[in-house]
Design a protein around this ligand. Structure first.
Ligand code: ADP
Ligand code: MG
Length: 612
């Protein structure tokens, strides 16, 4: 008996269509990828009712030859693979999208190549060509997809309400617009222009116009050029990150991808520098096509990198270099004495932490109940600053003042050379026993001396630890520390680890340990207090972390508690501290991520004293 049979063609097509087309957003993604592959420079998208009634993409790309049109809608037919599947440089290559989309909709395809005199307009329904005729047309392709799932009611029922489908479409368009800054994109949803980018090739411009000035303000640029890896992009300044990231995008050779290796690389560097992992980033990565396997995910979202550990290492190093090079200073307008709470910059800054994407904004505007419109109405407005500035018809009149003012606010950034520069400037004195004040041009800089000392000490100690050259100071009389049972056992358990850090310990019995030597860096401090602080850290980590990471945490804790005498430091000490900072791996923050540098502008005083 045999019961295994090949499925009928119609069923196979239906299943295949289901894999590619789930909703309007997935249709749009495929159509946009085709337009990009066709080398378009201008792409206009119009959608209606969340893509349910219409998705129309107009491009000025190569077009499709008249004779190729029947093949374009054939499954597994593509113009994009002529040699090997191992080195694919186009976004598409499976030849599945047009077949699937035309299978579940009513499609009109209008297209003309540069060589042809006339274009061809073809009507397709359920993947069948209904009519095809010559028409006058510009070079390029216009695809209209109407009545999505008209022939599969079960799938149609699964589409969500228009506003949610629209939001997802905006996300797709936004991602594509960010991925190809050299192409001009326009997205019109139900007659309103939601996205416009000018195709000037500037990632900065697109990020500001799509994600907002407030988002961009918190980012610093990254650039890696290290064969075979090339990276450009932006990531959060170490002091500007939240608990949770709001936007992470990776474009690999122009394709938006999810890549765990990249996420982990970013998180590990930020964890190392400031103990937090909520960094945002937009990274444009280029790698040879032969080092990528895009074929492992049906929607080509997840990619596998060959040589992943090498790539990760290069990315981590590039991030460290970028973060130590530049830093975003938090603006202090918030504390302005003139009309507190009225300054636009202050409002912008306060709101800068909550980024709302165009799609969320659209949802808020069209479906107030979704996110509780009334309570966050004001937020929505101010914190979006510029993203709808020129491009959006959604903007309402009473917002225009705030929007245009906010767009002027640029957060100040500093380069690490500032530390060398400041070491040659006028030392004004110490404020509050906490900050060394230095005058530089029109700015008054404040250095948090405790944080600065902590950073310098931490890096010296860490360097010695890795070089196994920690100087130790033997104690003439061992310090005895009585401990709780738990702390005592943990200490004995970590004896070797502590030895590596310069603490020689003996078991004195009776829940008491004897410390015989301490690291040279910490020799001026109250040994037992310092030691107990370190032991608090030991009790929080299990045995899972590797020994170096555990040691780093302990060194962090030790330095935090060891820095003293930062109050009222002299001019000479301040200057050498600044030079030491310049040579650290992260001069802008203490090892726990607190900022070291801040500034007040002269204009701040001038305004306060009504000179200007
Ligand atoms: P794939 O993109 O994987 O090749 P598709 O089904 O998306 O498969 O498209 C089939 C073919 O139709 C493409 O290989 C391409 O030759 C042609 N095509 C589709 N859209 C366009 C477009 N906008 N401009 C030019 N050619 C297109
Ligand atoms: Mg395609």
């Amino acid at each position: 008996m045999n019961i295994i049979k090949l499925l009928p063609k119609e069923t196979i097509d239906k299943i295949a269509a289901g894999e590619v087309v789930v909703n309007g957003a997935s249709v749009l993604k495929e159509l946009l990828e085709n337009s990009i592959d066709a080398l378009s420079k201008n792409i206009i998208v119009e959608i209606k009712n969340g893509g349910k009634t219409l998705i129309k993409v107009t491009d000025d790309g190569t077009g499709i030859y008249k004779d190729d049109i029947p093949n374009a809608i054939l499954r597994n037919a593509t113009s994009k693979i002529d040699k090997e599947i191992d080195a694919i440089s186009t976004l598409g290559f499976r030849g599945e999208a047009l077949a699937s989309i035309s299978y579940v909709s009513k499609m009109t395809l209008l297209t003309k190549t540069a060589e042809e005199e006339f274009g061809t307009q073809t009507m397709i329904e359920s993947n069948e060509i209904i009519s095809s005729e010559p028409v006058t047309a510009n070079k390029g392709t216009v695809i209209e997809v109407r009545d999505l799932f008209f022939n599969i009611p079960a799938r149609f029922k699964h589409l969500r309400k228009d506003s949610i489908e629209t939001a997802e479409i905006i996300d797709v368009a936004q991602e594509i617009a960010l991925s190809h800054t050299d192409i001009s994109f326009k997205l019109i949803c139900d007659g309103k222009e939601v996205i416009y980018t000018d195709g000037s090739g500037s990632a900065e411009k697109n990020i500001i116009s799509l994600l907002g000035r407030n988002f961009y303000n918190r980012m610093i640029p990254i650039h890696i050029d290290d064969e075979p890896l090339f990276v450009d992009g932006y990531l959060s300044s170490v002091n500007m990150i939240e608990e949770k990231s709001s936007c992470r995008m990776v474009f690999l050779n122009g394709r938006a991808i999810r890549c765990d290796a990249v996420n982990q690389a970013v998180d590990s560097v930020y964890r190392e520098l400031c103990g937090k992992t909520g960094a945002d980033f937009i990274l444009y990565i280029r790698l040879p096509y032969t080092m990528i396997d895009v074929n492992i995910h049906p929607a080509k979202l997840t990619v596998k990198l060959m040589n992943e550990s090498l790539i990760s290492m290069l990315i981590k190093q590039g991030i460290r270099d970028a973060l130590k090079e530049q830093f975003v200073l938090k603006p202090n307008n918030k504390y302005s004495f003139t009309e507190p709470g009225k300054s636009i910059e202050a409002m912008v800054y306060e709101d800068a932490n909550s980024y709302i994407s165009p799609s969320q904004k659209m949802l808020l505007e069209t479906e107030p109940q979704v996110y509780g419109y009334s309570s966050i109405e004001n937020h929505t407005i101010t914190n979006n600053s510029t993203e709808f500035d020129e491009s959006s018809a959604l903007k309402t009149a009473d917002l225009s003042f705030q929007i245009s003012s906010a767009s002027e606010t640029v957060f100040p950034t500093v380069k690490k050379e500032i530390f060398l520069q400041l070491s040659n400037m006028k030392f004004v004195g110490n404020a509050f026993g906490l900050y060394a004040m230095i005058e530089c041009g029109d700015d008054l800089y404040a250095i948090d001396t405790h944080a600065a000392h902590e950073r310098v000490l931490y890096e010296k100690y860490l360097q010695d630890f890795y070089a196994k050259s920690i100087g130790i100071q033997s104690l003439m009389i061992p310090v005895l520390i009585p401990m709780s049972v738990k702390a005592y056992f943990q200490t004995i358990d970590n004896k070797d680890l502590l030895y590596g850090l310069g603490f020689e310990i003996d078991d004195f019995g009776d829940n008491t340990i004897a410390i015989r030597s301490v690291p040279h860096y910490l020799s001026n401090h109250e040994t037992s207090i310092l030691f107990l602080k370190i032991m608090e850290q030991i009790s929080v980590f299990g045995n899972s972390d590797d020994i170096n990471k555990r040691s780093e945490k302990l060194i962090k804790a030790a330095c935090h508690n060891a820095v003293r005498g930062s109050e009222n430091i002299s001019e000479q000490e301040t200057k050498s501290l600044l030079k030491d900072l310049y040579h650290t791996q992260m001069p802008f923050t203490c090892p726990h991520g607190r900022p070291i540098l801040g500034k007040l502008k002269m204009s701040f005083f001038m305004k306060a004293f009504e000179r200007i």
